[in-house]
Design a protein around this ligand. Structure first.
Ligand code: GLU
Length: 498
């Protein structure tokens, strides 16, 4: 449909968690639609009943929604379009494009071995046997004897596949079910898809799809009305763009088992969708200029499919996390506080809901915002405010209290010093008092703070100490220092007793 706005589609198979590679594919499709007034179609390729699960379908919808990439059209579901695939199968069979094949894998392998052929592949045994359709026979596509099928790929240029190097591939299984490539092509035709933008792993399948597409067009195949006019002639071939593979730091293809690829897990750890989308945009594409931080609107303005790189793209979790931290720090404070809500209130929080104190959290929020890379780190920064007792990290305790011979002196000095602050409980006074405690034992402020911080917050890292103590208040601070002193003393006494 020359001149018409693009119709792109994202066509995931629901076989597992929503993969970052799928999210990148969805984004690049979505960008093409957004920048050209096109239509972004979602199609769930759920023909593999054994591997598909309804919860994975829900995962696709919710991840796309989280990334603000809801489809303009669909979701279509292949499982509901079986009849349409059978119409195509009948047409292709009647035209002689298919032949029936009763060979098993083992039989093909045995014949290949006997003929000294080491590469796997079909030997054309059933090509001219004239077997009838049905009775457990698969249907193979009759590959032209010669010629070249060229995939004109926007990213990779012309990629040629000689027909002689391609098998008579199975298009319909012995149980009558269409294979992926057939359903995929029938759908792309019916949905009037103009651009097929997908992962490069599918490039080897593309010439088969093109041959099926051309065969259907030559038969006068008409569309089913999924995209409007039913009975319209099949549209011409779409534009193809095969996106570069994503690799890990060892330059190995990302694997579901080895690498953190589930988009859901990033959402659950508190990555921001805007940062995540920004980072996805860098996987195979780069913006004009140096700045790697940009909005999705800028991306839609700048993105060109032909600028996508064809070499593998490194999915760098550390870079994504760093970028997320930058997004967090750029948030207005109110927005940050609001974004933290699921982590600090209700079921997500590690303290009872009733213990949460909005004002205390708001008082520390600016300091927390400076120090977290993902929102999931927020509770551990402020839990000392909302738990009755600090959640003491034993490693921190061992290093900063048990393993430090002057820790007891620092803690008791702090108790005395802080008690003396009375009505003057603020960060500056706490700072001065702590400085004095440190001086008395020949410690600089940083080192003198460590046992106090562990006693009060439970950890050696966290928001700046004096602001934290100011918000926590004198009563709870002193009670915690006394408890820690007691524990340290008991341990020391225990060790030295015979
Ligand atoms: N359903 C295929 C997959 O998830 C993608 C098909 C396509 O984009 O053409 O790998």
């Amino acid at each position: 449909m020359p001149g018409d706005a693009p119709r792109v589609r994202f066509a995931p198979s629901p076989t597992g968690y929503f993969h970052v590679g799928s999210a990148r594919t969805a984004l690049f499709n979505w960008l093409v639609a957004r920048q050209s007034g096109g239509t972004f179609v979602l199609r769930i390729e759920d023909t593999d009943a054994e591997r598909n699960r309804e919860e994975w379908v829900d995962g696709i919808f919710s991840a796309m929604h989280w990334l603000s990439m809801d489809p303009d059209e669909g979701p279509y579901r292949q499982s509901l379009r079986t009849e349409r695939y059978h119409q195509a199968i009948d047409a292709l069979w009647d035209a002689g494009c298919f032949y029936a094949c009763g060979c098993t894998h083992d039989e093909v392998d045995a014949r290949n071995r006997a003929a000294g052929i080491l590469t796997p592949g079909y030997d054309g045994f059933c090509r001219s046997r004239g077997l009838p359709r049905g009775d457990g026979t698969a249907l193979r596509f009759r590959m032209p004897d010669e010629g070249i099928t060229t995939v004109h790929d926007v990213i990779r240029g012309a990629v040629e596949f000689p027909c002689s190097a391609m098998d008579d591939f199975v298009a319909v299984k012995a149980n009558g079910a269409p294979l992926f490539v057939l359903a995929n092509v029938v759908d792309d035709i019916d949905m009037a898809i103009t651009h097929v933008i997908r992962g490069e792993d599918l490039l080897p399948t593309t010439p088969k799809g093109i041959l099926l597409w051309e065969a259907l067009i030559s038969l006068g195949w008409t569309t089913d009305g999924s995209a409007g006019a039913a009975g319209a002639p099949a549209p011409g071939l779409p534009l193809f763009a095969h996106l570069p593979m994503l690799v890990n730091e060892q330059r190995k293809k990302l694997s579901k088992r080895r690498d953190p690829v589930a988009v859901e897990s990033y959402r659950d750890q508190g990555y921001l969708p805007e940062a995540f989308v920004n980072y996805l945009g860098l996987l195979g594409w780069s913006p004009p200029g140096e700045d790697e931080i940009f909005t999705v609107d800028q991306m839609a303005e700048w993105f060109r499919l032909e600028d996508v790189n064809h070499s593998p793209a490194f999915f760098d979790v550390a870079k994504l996390t760093h970028m997320n931290g930058e997004y967090i720090r750029a948030m207005p404070l109110d927005t940050f506080i609001e974004a933290c809500r699921p982590w600090v209130t209700g079921d997500g929080a590690p303290w009872p809901a009733a213990s949460f104190d909005e004002a205390a959290f708001a008082a520390l929020a600016p300091l927390v915002q400076e120090r977290v890379a993902v929102l999931g780190e927020v509770p551990a920064m402020v839990d000392f405010l909302f738990l009755d007792e600090p959640d003491i990290d034993e490693d921190s305790w061992a290093k900063a209290v048990a393993g430090d011979e002057v820790a007891g002196t620092i803690l008791s000095g702090a108790i005395v010093g802080y008690e003396g602050l009375a009505g003057d409980w603020n960060r500056d006074a706490l700072h001065a008092a702590t400085l004095a405690v440190g001086e008395a034992v020949g410690r600089k402020l940083g080192k003198a703070q460590a046992p106090i911080r562990v006693a009060v917050t439970g950890r050696r890292v966290g928001p700046p100490l004096f602001e934290a103590l100011e918000v926590l208040g004198p009563e709870r601070t002193l009670a915690r220092l006394r408890a820690a002193l007691g524990r340290a003393g008991a341990a020391a006494g225990g060790e030295s007793s015979p």
